[in-house]
Design a protein around this ligand. Structure first.
Ligand SMILES: [Zn+2]
Ligand SMILES: [Zn+2]
Length: 333
């Protein structure tokens, strides 16, 4: 494969992130475009488990060459990987996570934990062990500023200058690279039901912003009544929303996040924080989070449920639950 910037292993300068176009997709839309794709999450996950070279991913199996090529290209273009030549003859390349790609790690951890807890029968996920304490653990969301635990109810979200519903979901056309040919691996089924579709992501956002009635969802999602009704049904079936019927009028029913829905908050806040760290709208942030406990800007930190110390990529290992998952030197790089 030809490569125009194959200068070898130049160190990557610390990146300030990327500037987005004024008035266009904001950081949330860009983030959903990248991480609301099951194959991208799959590729990143195996990258953290040591995959670097094209053959590392194909050896895991299940991904077609066309999908792997297009996704590696897209993740490189988005700034999550550097494509680095490791062999001159023949020319071969490997994909190393950039600082931006490395910073995805808490999101993967939060997604993984949520699926283990709330969709345990559908995907077969390896166990996660915290090497610092030796225990299987859950990541617990804390406020980095004050160090206290914080859930969805302790964090206030306000729209920033680049917020707004239409700018926060990716255009449908931008999501469908190489669709059809290969089915996604389906190891994160509930996460993808919430994030892998622009209307679902918009509904989730509306729910976290306090929408409760059909009309409030419809207004924020700016989509057809049929789509809103269908997504509400999906979210009810998933157990992410629960319905309280009205005895007076059917359209007065209210919907609220269940424990399962609220428990997805660490994923949402880690994703948006990552997106806003690496993709900047010229107008400013899309969402500003504040921790009500300390009054400071909320920055997520994930802490081990068993030993209360902050989690780092280098101290988490994945171990196979059943045959077929690669243990390798987990998270070694
Ligand atoms: Zn705080
Ligand atoms: Zn621990």
């Amino acid at each position: 494969m030809p490569d125009e910037h194959a200068s070898g292993a130049e160190p990557t300068a610390p990146s300030a992130g990327r500037m987005l176009e004024a008035g266009g997709d904001n950081a949330i839309a860009v983030t959903l475009g990248i991480l609301g794709d099951e194959w991208n999450l799959w590729i990143l996950r195996h990258s953290f488990q040591g995959a670097r070279r094209y053959s590392d991913w194909t050896a895991v199996g299940g991904i077609s060459h066309a999908v792997l090529s297009s996704r590696l290209g897209a993740l490189t273009e988005a700034g999550l990987f550097d494509r680095v030549r490791y062999s001159e003859r023949p020319p071969r390349y490997e994909y190393r996570r950039t600082e931006c790609g490395q910073a995805v790690w808490p999101i993967l951890l939060a997604v993984w934990s949520w699926e283990l807890r709330w969709a345990p029968d559908e995907g077969i996920l390896p166990r996660m062990v915290h090497s610092t304490c030796g225990h299987e653990f859950r990541p617990v969301l804390h406020c980095a500023a004050c160090g206290d635990p914080a859930g969805a109810r302790e964090v206030v979200a306000e729209m920033g200058p680049s917020g707004g519903w239409t700018r926060s979901v990716p255009a449908a056309s931008s999501r469908r690279r190489s669709s059809g040919a290969t089915r996604a691996p389906n190891v994160l089924p509930h996460t993808m039901a919430l994030l892998g579709n622009r209307w679902s992501a918009a509904m989730l956002g509306a729910a976290f912003f306090g929408a409760q009635r059909y009309g409030e969802f419809a207004e924020r999602m700016q989509s057809s009544p049929a789509i809103v009704a269908e997504r509400l049904r999906t979210f009810l079936d998933l157990g992410v929303l629960a319905e309280t019927p009205s005895t007076e009028r059917t359209d007065w029913a209210t919907y609220h996040l269940t424990a399962k829905g609220r428990d997805f908050f660490p994923v949402v806040v880690c994703m948006i924080t990552w997106g806003q760290r690496w993709f900047h709208a010229p107008e400013g942030e899309a969402i500003v989070f504040t921790h009500t406990g300390c009054g400071q800007v909320f920055t997520p930190r994930l802490v081990c449920s068993e030993c209360d110390t902050a989690l780092e990529a280098s101290t988490v290992s994945v171990e196979p639950r059943v045959d077929g998952e690669i243990p390798r030197a987990a998270y070694s790089r």
